[in-house]
Design a protein. Structure first.
Ligand SMILES: NC(=O)c1ccc[n+]([C@@H]2O[C@H](COP(=O)([O-])OP(=O)(O)OC[C@H]3O[C@@H](n4cnc5c(N)ncnc54)[C@H](O)[C@@H]3O)[C@@H](O)[C@H]2O)c1
Length: 273
């Protein structure tokens, strides 16, 4: 390893410029906070800017004050405006994190078409719009990370268009990798498992749900937004420079537990004394 590589700034994020959608809450907030802590400049996009404003205040006296932009990613005019705002603030960009997302419960039998469309419009069309518009600011190459879900791999009943939208993101990301790779822009997906945020908090308000969910993960814990932010930071960085069109599941080994859901008398692990 060369001396140059033995640096505290191992990921090389200092001075890099990123845009993060959904930066006002949960996973997006944690991603933005982690990038700022690593020395990057960050544009915080959300349709609700309250959380993003709090993060801006925290960094207001650091010389790294983030830019807050109200943006509805499902609206092309709003995305155009945000791109203009980022261009005015940073000039160009090193990467984009597509994280803003929503979940509307419904069975296929009952789902209203406008609810179905609203989820696809944010979770899939919004990701495409931000990707292609912000790519125009990545004149020296760049990196995109899209937050999908383990729901991209498995249908979840009564979740409306959520699983379909997340599965769409995984293919969208690979198409972006193939189309923009020659321009030096990488595109990768992270599929989080169970992460405790505002989006999932209602589930944890019910008795015993946390314990039942922990028992379903190999790591026996619910993920924190920071678990996703760490993986995103690596994929954005030049250390991931040859990772393109890939998908990384960050779920504490939840998907790997499928066989353990099958009752098998006599095969239960003995508790050690
Ligand atoms: N929490 C989990 O367990 C979990 C698991 C897998 C995937 N995810 C995904 O992670 C991402 C973040 O989820 P979270 O749990 O942090 O949710 P969250 O509700 O805490 O945050 C989502 C943010 O996105 C913003 N947003 C929603 N629609 C928007 C739009 N059209 N334009 C701009 N901003 C918009 C919201 O205002 C909010 O600030 C989502 O894409 C979600 O599907 C979450």
């Amino acid at each position: 390893m060369s001396a140059e590589n033995k640096t505290e700034n191992w990921l090389g994020m200092a001075g890099k410029k990123y845009a993060v959608t959904g930066a006002g809450s949960g996973i997006g907030y944690s991603i933005a906070e982690t990038l700022l802590a690593a020395g990057a400049r960050v544009a915080l996009l959300d349709r609700n800017t309250e959380g993003a404003e709090k993060l801006r205040e925290l960094y207001s006296s650091t010389g790294q004050e983030p830019v807050v932009l109200q943006c509805d990613i499902s609206d092309p005019a709003s995305v155009d405006q945000a791109v203009q705002g980022v261009c005015e603030a940073f000039g160009d960009l090193d990467g984009l994190v597509n994280c803003a997302g929503m979940l509307r419960p419904a069975s296929i039998r009952d789902v209203e078409l406008d609810e179905w469309d609203a989820v696809l419009r944010t979770n899939l069309t919004g990701y495409m719009l931000c990707s292609r518009e912000f790519a125009n600011l990545m004149s020296n190459g760049g990196s995109m990370v899209h937050i999908a879900s383990v729901a991209a791999h498995h249908p979840q009943t009564h979740s409306g268009a959520y699983s379909a939208s997340k599965a769409g993101i995984t293919l969208l990301s690979r198409q972006i990798a193939a189309e923009y790779g020659p321009e030096g822009i990488r595109s990768n997906v992270i599929c989080p498992g169970m992460i405790r945020t505002a989006l999932s908090e209602p589930f944890y308000q019910q008795p015993d749900i946390k314990e039942q969910r922990e028992a379903m993960t190999a790591s026996r814990r619910i993920g924190a937004p920071q678990d996703i932010a760490n993986a995103v930071t690596f994929l954005l960085s030049d250390r991931a420079g040859y990772i393109n069109g890939a998908e990384l599941t960050v779920d504490g080994g939840m998907e790997t537990m499928l066989m353990d859901l099958i009752p098998r008398p006599g095969f239960t692990a003995k508790k050690s004394a």
